[in-house]
Design a protein around this ligand. Structure first.
Ligand SMILES: NC(=O)c1ccc[n+]([C@@H]2O[C@H](COP(=O)([O-])OP(=O)(O)OC[C@H]3O[C@@H](n4cnc5c(N)ncnc54)[C@H](O)[C@@H]3O)[C@@H](O)[C@H]2O)c1
Ligand SMILES: [Zn+2]
Length: 370
């Protein structure tokens, strides 16, 4: 049996911040990072909230939010007791907000509504039951999955993404593609998640290069913003896989941006997974669905066309290579491999990977990167 549930109410399109006009006479707590707190976007958000609300901001979130920041947020939440919490920003701010709300609700603190408003098009966190919290002392990122983590409401306004610079647009866009691909080859995939993943992947192939080049095109930004949410809806149900299990280690150990880590692993992981006959068929099917391969093509050539298109996309978006992304020498990287392997094996995303990966397989894959 496979389960599919929709738990987050969605508002999308230009002007959708107007959905915030529903809140009146509420204590509202906005959780974001320091960049957004100082950017004009926070003013735009505040302007969309009716004046009779009492709005305060917690802007301590840093990329890959830490256990310490979440603990600080919980402490402030216990004092402030807001009725509405808004996670405003990229995956880092939304994940932190979701984690803070989740822990507080578990302690019996009532929060009427958790709202997620993405300002990057990447993680899909606005519609997922996941949040990723980092332990910087141990160099580990912990993905938590729980049905009570879904935000109650999500707002997808493409105007909020226009200011994202090309490099972050590229990284986050590749995260969308990774979510779609991993959801598609997961053993938990269903017709429902396939439909979402196919649409998400095809929109990334069609719109990501333009989003990187012409960031002020609202129509293109809207396509990528929706693709991010579609892929999030898919993987929230079917899970992720080896790509994310290893990417979390590159993020935890070397602070490689999440989307970039995923992008650099995509092709080696696809090649590894494709040795499994079912996974190979699934990749080939996705390539045909995205019109990267002709309808009658055999699986092997469809797979090769998918890989070639991903390599081309990485180039079109100006992604750096592994050496530039990691910023460490080979010896330092190799010394951390055993730690990364054991953390990857314990990463919850590995549970839905299509081809089992043991310690030896992950070691070989990591060794091949640098
Ligand atoms: N919960 C999930 O389902 C899920 C899925 C994938 C990844 N994640 C997690 O999400 C985090 C990554 O999120 P992300 O990739 O969105 O990055 P991020 O939230 O760390 O943001 C990246 C950078 O973009 C900046 N930024 C955000 N919006 C901007 C805007 N509109 N204009 C200009 N700059 C802007 C931020 O200030 C930050 O410096 C990681 O911790 C990752 O593990 C969560
Ligand atoms: Zn991701």
């Amino acid at each position: 049996m496979k389960k599919f549930s929709l738990q987050t109410r969605l508002f999308s399109g230009e002007g959708s911040l107007a959905a915030l006009s529903r809140f009146h006479r509420q204590k509202i707590w906005v959780i974001c990072d320091a960049f957004l707190a100082q950017s004009p976007l926070l003013k735009v958000l505040k302007a969309a909230l009716p004046e009779d609300n009492q709005v305060t901001v917690f802007s301590d979130i840093t990329p890959d939010p830490t256990i310490g920041t979440v603990a600080k947020g919980i402490e402030q939440m216990q004092q402030l007791r807001p009725e509405v919490v808004i996670g405003f920003g990229g995956g880092s701010a939304m994940d932190a907000a979701k984690a803070i709300v989740w822990f507080c609700r578990q302690q019996g603190i009532e929060i009427n509504t958790c709202v997620a408003i993405p300002t990057t098009s990447g993680t899909g966190s606005e519609v997922t039951s996941a949040c990723v919290i980092s332990d910087p002392d141990r160099g580990i990122k912990y993905p938590l999955f729980d049905n009570d983590i879904y935000p109650d409401l999500a707002i997808l306004d493409p105007a909020l993404v226009v200011s994202v610079p090309p490099a972050i647009t590229a990284n986050t866009g590749m995260d969308v593609l990774t979510h779609a691909l991993e959801a598609y080859v997961s053993p938990q995939a269903s017709d429902f998640t396939d439909a979402l993943a196919e649409k998400a992947a095809s929109q990334v192939f069609n719109y990501l290069p333009t989003a990187c080049r012409k960031g002020d095109c609202l129509a293109t930004r809207g396509k990528m913003h929706n693709a991010s949410t579609l892929a999030g809806m898919a993987f929230a149900q079917s899970g992720l896989g080896l790509n994310h299990a290893i990417a979390h280690q590159l993020g935890g150990q070397f602070h490689v941006a999440h989307g970039l880590a995923n992008a650099l692993l995509l092709v080696p992981v696809i090649r590894y997974n494709a040795a499994d006959p079912r996974a190979m068929k699934r990749y080939a099917r996705l390539a045909r669905a995205c019109l990267l391969a002709p309808a009658g093509s055999d699986d092997r050539s469809a797979l090769n066309l998918l890989i070639a298109r991903i390599e081309q996309l990485k180039q079109q978006c100006g992604l750096p290579g592994m050496r530039d992304a990691l910023k460490v020498d080979r010896a330092t990287f190799r010394a951390r491999i055993p730690e990364m392997v054991s953390a990857a094996l314990a990463d919850v995303t590995l549970r839905t990977t299509p081809r089992p990966a043991d310690s030896r397989a992950i070691t070989t894959l990591l060794e091949s990167l640098l």
